[in-house]
Design a protein. Sequence first.
Length: 501
Amino acid sequence: MFNIPALILLPLLIPFLAAILSLLFWNKKQWQRLFSLLGTVGLLASGGSLLWMVVTHGTQVAQIGNWPAPYGITLVADPFSAIMVVLAGLMGLAISIYSLADIDAGREAYGYHPLFHILLLGVCGAFLTGDMFNLYVWFEVMLIASFVLLALGGEQPQMEGAIKYVTLNLMASAIFLAALGILYGLAGTLNMADLAIQLNNVPQPGLVTTLSMMFLIAFGIKAALFPLFSWLPAAYHTPPTAVAALFAGLLTKVGVYAIIRIYTLLFVQDVGYTHTLLLVLAGLTMVSGVLGAVSQNDFRRILSFHIVSQIGYMVMGLGLFSLLALAGTVFYIIHHIIVKTNLFLISGIVHQLKGTYQLEELGGLYRRYPALAVLFLIPALSLAGLPPLSGFWAKLTLVQAGIELQQYVIVAVSLIVSLLTLYSMTKIWTAVFWKEHPSLTIQATIPAPNRFLFLLPAVALAACTLLIGLGAEPIFTLSLHAAEQLLDSSSYIEAVLGGMP
């Protein structure tokens, strides 16, 4: 049985090993596919084991090289980070299966599989790191891998999207690095647990609040928070479906994770200002994202704008900053990662059948492929928040938290945005599945082996959405446990530093 430090290291070592093996077998496509698939299975298994360890034994810490915190490199697994690692493993597995049919031989020959696992390595590293500098390092690992994945293939729309993506994210990285320098000069440490103590002792609390705004800008760009989201709908609709689904499910959630982590652990000195600002930004993000989605006529661009809109719900719970609200945020992240990944996967199946993402060129799929229509409806209605699917319980928790705190404006905004989300999902359903298809639409069939590889992840993720909706209590209990740890940082600090100073 693995000891505790090994369990924390495995979500980093497994994708790193899968990437190395894929590089060593560069010219052997079948071996790369095998290592890619086994790597994601291992990541999911290690994430599940780590989550079980955290839930049963509390927050776990590994000090690399036995250097004690705050001097060494610290890895920390609390309930929130362990949940995120499990989700990274689950999405990685689903997309690795889908990739076997979706990624062409040319992209495989230029390193798709090792890049895929380097990206997962960066994602898991960001979730598990216990210091701010290494959070920056893991963000850069993700940025490099994601940029190459986005541009892989060299098609003109991809390159245009990749340039916009990398330009804004490099700006975010520059702001992040500048903020780190100021933070270190102010507190003399970058260990998160130590910062949680030191920042409370800074004699100029206004300076801490100002510094927190720099981090909010940096992470807000990476999370696609209003008004810093323009790069996302310009980029996420351009790569192959497997890459787009990976980005949609995980990348922006790393930015959201970072915002939640710093505004529950580090920057809690002026909650009245910082978290009210987060609440305002949450409402604006919801509205701007959903209005962008309503105005689009491209399947994947609609879904891309909805990523922006749904980020607002996650930040809403942080802005409300109560136990129930944070539990709703964690629940919402779990729900959204599964649902949004699945919607992108289904859009890719539609493209395989019809050769286009343009709604006016699609139609008639309900009659020929009723099972595919049902597969779309499950995540689509969940995204809109209809019962008894996972999105209903996530939104209900946030709405209840808002009503308890008498924040009626953000509650009203969230409900209106849900109705507009339902409208845009209905728009896709009508255009793609219900209306008669135009004669110019390409009619295609998917070979049986590829059909299985396309449908298996979509069916599995739809089943997860149904199971979470029909059996929401265990997921809510887990989310509540994570929220308790986020709201009361003493257990995190004690686990890292070995006791409160």
